[in-house]
Design a binder for this molecule. Structure first.
Ligand code: GDP
Length: 525
């Protein structure tokens, strides 16, 4: 059995695409799904989004802002392997959600715009990948438009991200003169015709006759010259170094024209790691372990307005999951039989009869499952590394109708479970304080409290600018601190103490004055 599990795990690639808004993530996703046969016609990723929007009220914000705020998982097959693509919300205010999604992938594709290079959001997301040593394949997009010099882009990636870059293909021309890419490894030319096409490679030795049609003379000379320089300037591709997160292979193309997308997906198939051992307490979990285990990295409500329950997204880390199986939620002692696990294909959700390490299943539930939960067949294993982040905006929740206090508490608790917000209960005072990473998250929160729970609330500024979780090995020092700072303390939804600072100076002073305490900006569940 475990050899079958290992074989299935080996055939899986679970990955995400990281990019700055507008670099072309949606377009690339669509072309990958097309290539995997998961959708038939271009335009369906967006069309589906619009359809969803039309049915769902809270996504009005999404519509008004023209952004995508939901995370989804899409599964497709290609060349005998199963690909699980985890979509990450592109807007910077949703970084917390995005960061958590990155805990559930084994590798990432980084898309950059050939004209813009590394942008703010790419850099932030890259840092998260680096924290977890997630290997990255780079795709330089929009080669059909005027962009920067190829050397300049490669050097920027190398410098900005402190990463070895290895061009796997070399673009010929760019913008209006873009003629395709020369595959430096396979030694073949992939001509770009301007049509929407994955491109048909032509072996270098056959280029003789075709050459004048494919590459005009001057561009050919430039290619020879640049390819020569590139061979000297950049290291050879090294699989181990890529998998350790030190090196990124770089591909060039045009997602809009599907060009280069096949080379990219082939690279994911060939180089990207299959699911590997996951860090957990008290022991690492190997995918080939015979018992099923997994962790919840996202909870989402209201995906289908007709069904009001929520879906917990669980990454399977080991074993063969079968529908109907009973799993234990570590920490609460609860167990649940998973009768309706869902797998997500581009156009529909289907019941998952079985799932393997690396797969993501959606578990419908009524709020039992929370982000960070570990699930096993019984063994007490906790997956580590799913963080909460210190909020950058703290606001007091003002309730218009005091009779609805209990109702509000439930609403906030639910939304916190989904990771829409963090909720803090001040030690002194009655009103809740919500913490978010960005302004837009606050708008989503307000709109959902009103529309889904029918409660009118407002937010008013809390006198705090930031929060830190407080821990200590020294119980006496901890108690002393908690007793003396009640006015600035709150409990998070797990009852862990949080210090809320009025300004950054105060935060610094408190840390200096209490050397026996740890103040952390993230907390792992
Ligand atoms: P996202 O915000 O990263 O998901 O970006 P989109 O996929 O929505 O693309 C942003 C814009 O860039 C859209 O207008 C796309 O049509 C356009 N775009 C995406 N890829 C390419 C490309 O390869 N070439 C050109 N010229 N435009 C592109």
């Amino acid at each position: 059995m475990s050899s079958e599990i290992a074989k299935q795990a080996e055939a899986r690639r679970t990955f995400a695409i990281i990019s700055h808004p507008d670099a072309g993530k949606t377009t690339l996703t669509e072309k990958l799904l097309l290539l995997g046969g998961a959708i038939r016609m271009a335009g369906q990723v967006k069309a589906k989004g619009e359809n969803r929007r039309a049915h769902s009220d809270w996504m009005k914000i999404e519509q008004a802002r023209g952004i995508s705020v939901t995370t989804s998982v899409m599964t497709f097959e290609y060349e005998g392997a199963t690909f699980n693509l985890l979509d990450t919300p592109g807007h910077e205010d949703f970084s917390e959600d995005t960061y958590r999604t990155l805990t559930a992938v084994d590798s990432a594709i980084m898309v950059i715009d050939a004209a813009k290079g590394i942008e703010a959001q790419t850099r932030k997301l890259f840092e998260v990948c680096r924290l977890r040593d997630i290997p990255i394949i780079t795709f330089v997009n929009k080669m059909d438009r005027e962009g920067r010099e190829v050397f300049e882009i490669l050097d920027e990636v190398a410098e900005a991200l402190a990463l070895d870059t290895v061009p796997m293909v070399w673009p010929v021309g760019g913008g209006g003169t873009f003629k395709g890419c020369y595959d430096l490894v396979r030694e073949e030319m992939i001509p770009f015709t301007g049509e929407d096409s994955y491109g048909t490679p032509v072996k270098a030795e056959l280029l003789g006759d075709e050459l004048p049609n494919l590459i005009p003379g001057d561009l050919y000379d430039t290619l020879l010259e640049e390819a020569d320089l590139a061979m000297d300037a950049y290291p050879d591709f090294d699989l181990e170094s890529y998998r350790e997160g030190h090196l990124t292979p770089v591909y060039f193309g045009s997602a809009l024209k599907s060009f280069g997308v096949k080379q990219l997906l082939d690279a994911v198939l060939q180089f990207a790691p299959a699911p590997k051992a996951q860090p957990a307490e008290p022991r690492e979990v190997e995918p080939s372990d015979s018992k099923v285990s997994g962790f919840v990295f996202k909870v989402q409500a209201n995906m289908d307005p007709k069904h009001r329950d929520r879906i917990a997204f669980m990454r399977i880390c080991s074993g063969k999951f079968k529908r109907g199986m009973k799993l234990h939620q570590i920490g609460t002692g609860k167990s649940m039989s998973i009768h309706n696990p869902i797998m997500f294909f581009a156009q529909n959700r289907e019941l998952a009869e079985e799932a393997w390490p690396g797969d993501i299943i959606g578990i419908p539930n009524h709020g039992t499952l929370r982000v960070g939960d570990s699930m096993t067949e019984g063994e007490n294993i906790r997956f580590s590394g799913i963080p909460s982040f210190a909020p950058e905006i703290l606001q007091r929740v003002r309730l218009d109708d005091p009779l609805k206090a209990k109702h509000l508490s439930k609403a906030l608790e639910s939304l916190a479970e989904e990771g829409v917000t963090q909720v803090f209960r001040p030690v002194i005072g009655a009103s809740y304080i919500v913490g978010v990473v960005g302004q837009l998250q606050l708008e989503v929160l307000l709109s959902r409290i009103e529309q889904e729970y029918g409660i009118n609330v407002g937010f008013e500024s809390a006198p705090f600018v930031t929060a830190r979780w407080v821990t200590s090995d020294d119980a006496a020092a901890m108690k002393h601190f908690l007793d003396r700072n009640k006015g600035s303390l709150a409990d998070d939804r797990d009852g862990c103490p949080v210090y809320m600072a009025r300004n950054h100076w105060d935060m610094g002073r408190i840390q200096e004055d209490n050397p026996k305490l740890n103040f952390t900006a993230t907390r792992e569940r």
